[in-house]
Design a protein. Structure first.
Length: 843
């Protein structure tokens, strides 16, 4: 008898989840919003009203939800979202609730009267699904708008194009199938699938809208490129330094021939001049400048915002060329489980495991973990040096989030990292040869620990008002050696930023103001020489946003900081945007930036050489004795969206110039045996022009083409010279294609013009390099297949043309000679690399 009860109990245990799963429905709905705060509010409204999952996308304005149909309906969920202040396809938010939203959340509301409706072009394809699941295009099917009585007959490929008012209803009819009607609210690409059955019914209509993998929001006043998860999975993207391989705006290159570290350039300037943030808190700065990009794993990243030119004064005074803000996966909307594994032919193994859990209706938590390992020694060019380092890294973040219905949001994050790399000659033994002349070796041992806390409050009765507080503290240490050169660096960081947001009279006049504080403590030892400095910088800022005009918007900001060594720092910034129409925008920007250089951390590549570090004419005993860097940046961005042949596209033109009032010049031309640091005496100007075309050539075949021109010149003591290792011309093409059965293909090629190589003419014959590099092509590609919502595999390759800089180390056979130099890198240092990986996720 007991056995029967046990069997019955087990039956209930297994059958109940199965029945519950049968009632789970997933749907996509149109919900209007404008920013990250909107995303949190929309998703919270759905989750608070019994949705199982909710993910809102700011690009497409689409909310994807899953829910138990026995407990709630999508109508009830949309009503709750409207009550929270967001118009959607069924309900409109009350005007008072909409006006009470924070200023940044004021999305564009469609007019209600029929007189304001505009003609829209609906494009789509009609397909028939056979009994075996194959999709075939249907020609001569009739697609008719019931509002305008216009109709279109599909062509031989099943495609139709219908001009009508929106929203509307369209009827689809075809011989052998019963006519049916669907509602269309947005001019998205439609996929209409007719399923054959015994009754001939129109069984399923799928409305699909593909989001671009990168886009510049037409609502943003700043020229900010948004890169989503779709873009980040187009390449291997092991870490942040590899996240820009498919972006024409950022240049990625190796820093030297030994350490394997990639560095970025924006607008012709090194990554040191781009402010790097994680969710608007400083992340990579100071001593982490060289290796920090490798400390943020790609599978942790939810999205990236890349702003060209000076950013907002709210985030500080350091952005000169631009700003990169990384959004990491949040506890309340990340996958319950993500497992990402990766392996390549260079011997690198990598694993990422992300978990997230919603504890109750207010608290959620996530654990993001990463580990990589490489122990394969490779020397393709047979110069005796490993092409890439061996070593390992582990990295972990524990995130917590609290959000209630009274306006409070709390986010906490604890992080820890350990990174060890070993490079140099193939026969180098780190236990035996460290800091000896037996064999040349490189060893890097870095640790990082940190805490970030964010507190936000939105006033319930005045939702245009909000308070925000960001706090972070961290410690970083790097103990390293490069041949006979030793370097130890330690950095302690404390940061706080208090932000108050409100309006002046109406929401057409918004402002943000607040106070900030930064404390950076540095302790560096370079070959027994000690460099210490302690920076304490309190500051205040005010930023005004004007949105009263339908066509013209502006942001004007000013901040005042006080540096304990260099006194007051004034940072003005202005951003203007003019909309010629809904598809054409012009942006203008201008402002200043200020930063303190870190000559060792920002020039680690030179450690892999016999060059002596020389600081010329130091002005004080503080730090390195050099003046702070100051620059002005001006720029414009023009973008036009168009439809050509029923396909969407855009063309963008950027032009930026950065002029330094002072700069820490790193001179590697004065002597091949030295790198000299001194204050700028003359001009230093970087000019950048870029044209970019994005267009859908065929259905699901997307093209991205770009051309970029750079002129970066600096006044050295020996004259005005082009910046080394910088290509004046760059051409870029990316093709991405996705099939209906979840195959994805991505192809990227770029051409780089010649680059100037620093002068080595005073070296003996046979130990010199040419003054200019050749131009060259690079090709990368990836194929991925998604088998289900859970499983995905990918296979790809980098540098598929196998083009490398063969002569990359001067005097590699005698690495302790005065002519040894592995820092003169203008091209790829590794040959063809093939990789493969797997992603398993539970949404």
């Amino acid at each position: 008898m007991n056995q029967k009860y046990l069997i019955f109990f087990l039956f209930l245990l297994f059958i109940k989840p199965a029945l519950a799963q049968k009632n789970i429905k997933t749907t996509t709905l149109k919900v209007l919003g404008a920013c990250e705060m909107c995303k949190e509010r929309i998703e919270a409204a759905a989750l608070d009203h019994k949705a199982r999952t909710a993910t809102w996308d700011a690009i497409s304005q689409l909310l994807t939800i899953s829910y138990d149909s026995t407990k709630v309906t999508d109508e009830k969920l949309l009503k709750a979202i409207a009550e929270a202040g967001h118009d959607n396809e069924r309900f409109k938010a009350a005007d008072a609730v909409y006006q009470a939203l924070p200023a940044c959340c004021h999305y564009h509301r469609a007019a209600d009267t029929a007189a304001t409706k505009e003609k829209q072009v609906i494009t789509g394809v009609v397909l028939e699904e056979t009994s075996r699941g194959k999709l075939n295009p249907i020609s001569d099917a009739t697609v008719k708008s019931l509002h305008s009585n216009q109709y279109f007959v599909t062509d031989s490929t099943g495609v139709f194009r219908l001009e009508t008012d929106l929203p509307t209803h369209i009827a689809i009819s075809y011989v052998g199938f019963r006519s049916d009607t669907i509602s269309v609210k947005t001019p998205d690409m439609l996929t209409i699938i007719l399923k054959n059955s015994s009754t001939g019914d129109l069984k399923e209509v799928i409305v699909s809208s593909r989001n671009p993998s990168t886009f510049v929001s037409t609502m943003s006043i700043l020229n900010t490129l948004n890169m989503g998860a779709k873009e980040l999975t187009k390449a291997a993207c092991c870490n942040l330094s590899e996240s820009f391989e498919t972006s024409p705006s950022v240049d990625v290159s190796y820093s030297d021939a030994v350490t394997g570290v990639k560095q970025i350039q924006l607008l012709g300037l090194s990554g040191n001049y781009t402010q790097l943030l994680t969710e608007n808190a400083p992340e990579i700065r100071g001593l982490t400048a060289h290796y920090g990009l490798t400390y943020i794993p790609g599978p942790w990243i939810e999205g990236i915002q890349l702003t060209k030119g000076t950013g907002s004064v709210v985030n500080g005074y350091e952005s000169i060329a631009g700003q990169i803000n990384v959004e990491e996966k949040k506890p309340d909307n990340a996958e319950q489980l993500l497992v990402n594994t990766y392996v390549n032919t260079m011997g690198r193994l990598e694993a990422n495991i992300n978990t997230a859990q919603k504890l109750n209706d207010k608290w959620s938590t996530a654990l993001l973990t990463h580990g990589n390992y490489s122990n394969k020694k490779i020397d393709h060019n047979m110069d005796g040096f490993k092409d890439l380092p061996t070593g390992s890294q582990w990295n972990i973040i524990n995130r917590w989030k609290y959000m209630d219905n009274n306006g409070w949001i709390v986010q906490l994050a604890l992080k820890a990292l350990n990174d060890r790399r070993y490079a140099g000659q193939m026969d180098f033994d780190r236990n035996r040869d460290r800091l000896t002349t037996s064999h040349y070796g490189v060893g890097i041992d870095a640790q990082q620990y940190g805490f970030t806390g964010k507190l936000g409050y939105v006033f319930p009765q005045h939702k245009y008002k909000s308070l925000g507080l960001i706090l972070s503290a961290g410690q970083y240490s790097n103990n390293a050696y490069y041949g006979l050169t030793s370097y130890d660096g330690k950095q302690k960081t404390l940061y706080g930023n208090f932000i108050y947001q409100s309006i002046i009279g109406t929401t057409d006049h918004k402002f943000r103001t607040g106070l900030s504080f930064s404390n950076e403590n540095y302790n560096e030892t370079f070959n027994q020489r000690i460099f210490k400095r302690n920076e304490m910088v309190p500051g205040a800022f005010f930023e005004y946003t004007y949105t009263a005009s339908d066509k013209f918007t502006a942001i004007a900001g000013l901040r005042l900081d006080h540096h304990n060594q260099f006194g007051f720092i004034t940072t003005p910034r202005l951003h203007l945007k003019y909309d010629f129409d809904s598809k054409t925008n012009l942006r203008l920007s201008g402002g200043s930036g200020f930063r303190i250089s870190n000559i060792f951390a920002e020039n680690v590549g030179v450690f892999v050489s016999a060059r002596q570090y020389e600081i010329l004419d130091p002005g004080s005993s503080y730090g390195y004795g050099l003046d702070p860097e100051k620059a002005w940046n001006y720029g414009l961005n023009f973008i036009h969206h168009f439809n050509l042949g029923n396909r969407k596209g855009s063309i963008a033109l950027d032009a930026y110039q950065t002029r330094f009032r002072n700069q820490t010049v790193a001179d590697v031309d004065a002597s091949p045996q030295a790198i000299q640091f001194y204050n700028l005496n003359g001009k230093s100007v970087s000019s950048s022009v870029q044209a970019e075309l994005n267009y859908e050539l065929l259905r699901k075949l997307e093209l991205r083409m770009a051309y970029r021109w750079l002129e970066v010149q600096t006044q050295y003591r020996q004259g005005l010279l082009d910046k080394p290792f910088t290509a004046k011309h760059r051409a870029f093409v990316n093709l991405a294609y996705e099939t209906h059965n979840k195959w994805k293909f991505d192809y990227t090629t770029q051409w780089l013009s010649r680059k100037r190589i620093p002068n080595t003419a005073t070296n003996p014959a046979g130990k010199q390099m040419d003054t200019w590099s050749p131009s060259f092509f690079q090709v990368a590609a990836q194929v991925s297949k998604q088998f289900s919502k859970q499983w995905e595999v990918y296979l790809g390759g980098e540098n598929l043309t196998n083009y490398v800089q063969e002569y990359r180390i001067i005097d590699a056979q005698t690495p302790f000679s005065p002519y040894f130099d592995g820092s003169l890198i203008w091209g790829p240092v590794t040959g063809r690399m093939v990789y493969a990986g797997m992603r398993f996720r539970i949404p």
